[in-house]
Ligand binder design. Sequence first.
Ligand SMILES: [Fe+2]
Length: 178
Amino acid sequence: MRHVTLVEIFTHPIAQKYLTRSGVAHAVSVAYHAFRLSVQHNVNPDLATKAALLHDIGHYEWYTNGQWDYEKYRQNDIHAIKGAERAHKLLIRLGEEPQAAKEIALAILLHTDSYLPEGTIQQRPLQKVVKLADEADEEPGGKHHYREMEYNLAVKKIKELDKKVLELLHSNQFKQLG
Ligand SMILES: [Fe+2]
């Protein structure tokens, strides 16, 4: 049973605040990639799409003289840590099942290893799906964060994805953990 839908998450003011900062089009696109990859890797599509939708909500911008500084970002970024915490708080607030909220938060925490000492993580399938989904939509220089998508179109796409997830959940059995 699903406690929270993607639309409920996406339309929440906290998600809107952070997703408009890190890129709505990127979040929607990564959620779709995660759905496709969850089928391929046999992981729970509910957890995968939620983690994918929220994977970048820990982002903030780095500025030097009014310009976004990509190098500074690469050196100082901890968006996966902030994102995992924000996502967990939001999911619990919306009534998500605590174990699911933890798995989603962990998938966000480990969706990138760019901020970690080399060779320190081994990703489980759910975490790998979110990483691959993110990489499938990445553009050089962080340009994927700036593609735009109008709110109503994003809501429509997220609703369609909710439907796909529900159909897949009904037609399949998934391990609860990623
Ligand atoms: Fe991303």
